[in-house]
Design a protein around this ligand. Structure first.
Ligand SMILES: *Cc1c(COP(=O)(O)O)cnc(C)c1O
Length: 392
């Protein structure tokens, strides 16, 4: 294994924060009681879960009783979409609106629902990396059951007009779900102000443990359970709670809220430095606009460079980055996100996603900026098409 010198893949997962480690160790070592048990050891675990529910609710601007802990972002997405469509089918509503560049935890579920008789409208994504509210409004029908549009995209970091989408959904009485895995903890989110009915979040993207997450469900929306077999999470999500994981999620969310402005200022500085340096490489483009974009994300395409080859070369130098979503690496398909932006196949293949966190150091950025240009040059020299591309 190569030693990691620069970890620049924080949209894939993040390092656990010290406060999460320190605040959760006791639930693994001493306070291991089952939160459903009546003796004190169990009560202590129950209190930890309760506290995390309050911390998570505070971050989203909702009531603690509207938070359900899950096994991560994918589970939250699956539960929200499958659950609400089961409800809506009974009311004769079988149409769903989404965007073309959702995470696969949303897209795959919708494909399954299509096979079960739902119709899905995929809103186009424009070059700036955003959907248009006007397109959404035109797509709404009397039988529209659900709108699901992600808060911030995981590959290109662009932030969607969520408050405007929420407003339109409210006007037409359509349920609105958003996958906010990349947004919570990075930008302010307020489910009430933005008229969001369901929201998915994940722990491991914000320095908590893998396999932790939550779904916000607006009170009054009687979502049927995805996992049955116990009274946990008010009868909606069975299974003995991952107490340490949940406690860690609460700590991570609270911590992220507390340092958001400061963190983003520092991330923007690093992002600008990377952007300026990388764009000096000829025939390089930034995917998605810079305006409405997470402070920690950059996504580039280098003409004549194959993404997978670039990642391998970077890895040999101890740099961890991604060509898009962690979930699609290992497949040679170009990114569905970049294709949705209208990029041609050959360019969608050659992308590099750089995502930072509060732990990213200036040293890591320097090292990356030193290593990248010669690697791009080397790969282009080996490319059979580069000489041709250059002449165009
Ligand atoms: C990572 C991610 C998920 C999946 O979350 P897990 O906790 O890994 O299951 C879903 N949606 C988006 C946008 C993500 O970035």
């Amino acid at each position: 294994m190569n030693k990691t010198i620069a970890y620049l893949d924080n949209a894939a997962t993040t390092k656990i924060s010290e406060s999460v480690l320190a605040g959760t160790e006791r639930y693994l070592r001493e306070s291991y009681g089952n939160p459903s048990s009546i003796y004190s050891l169990g009560r202590e675990s129950e209190r930890a879960v309760m506290k995390a529910r309050e911390q998570t609710a505070a971050a989203l601007g909702c009531d603690p009783n509207e938070i359900y802990f899950t096994g991560g972002g994918s589970e939250s997405d699956n539960w929200a979409l499958k659950g609400v469509c089961e409800l809506m089918r009974e009311r004769g509503k079988r149409h769903i609106i989404t965007s073309a560049f959702e995470h696969h935890a949303v897209l795959r579920v919708l494909e399954g629902l299509e096979k079960k008789g739902f119709g899905v409208t995929y809103l186009p994504v424009y070059e700036d990396g955003a959907v248009r509210v006007g397109d959404l409004e035109k797509a709404i029908r009397p039988d529209t059951a659900l709108v699901t549009v992600m808060y911030a995209n995981n590959e290109i970091g662009t932030v969607q007009p969520i408050a405007e989408i929420g407003e339109v959904c409210g006007e037409y009485g359509v349920i609105f779900h958003t996958d906010a895995v990349q947004a919570v903890g990075n930008i302010p989110v307020s489910v009430k102000k933005e008229n969001i009915d369901m929201l998915s979040l994940s722990g491991h993207k914000i320095h908590a443990m893998k396999g932790t997450g939550a779904l916000y469900v607006k009170s009054g929306l009687k979502l049927p359970p995805l996992i049955e077999g116990g009274a946990q999470e008010r009868g909606r999500r069975a299974g003995t709670e991952n107490v340490a994981g949940i406690a860690g999620l609460g700590i991570a969310v609270e911590e992220a809220m507390g340092c958001m402005a400061e963190k983003n200022a520092s991330l923007l500085e690093k992002r600008e430095r990377i952007y300026d340096a990388v764009m000096k490489i000829e025939r390089t483009r930034l995917n998605g606009g810079l305006e409405r974009r997470l402070a920690n994300n950059l996504n580039f395409s280098f003409e004549g460079v194959e993404g997978e080859a670039l990642l391998l070369q970077l890895d040999m130098k101890g740099i961890a980055a991604s060509s898009g979503s962690a979930c699609t690496s290992g497949s040679l398909d170009p990114s569905h996100v970049l294709l949705a932006l209208g990029l041609p196949h050959e360019i969608a293949h050659g992308s590099l996603r750089i995502t930072l966190s509060k732990y990213t150091t200036d040293g890591e950025v320097d090292y990356f900026l030193e290593q990248l240009p010669p690697i791009v040059e080397k790969l282009r020299a080996l490319s059979p098409v580069w000489e041709k591309i250059k002449k165009v």
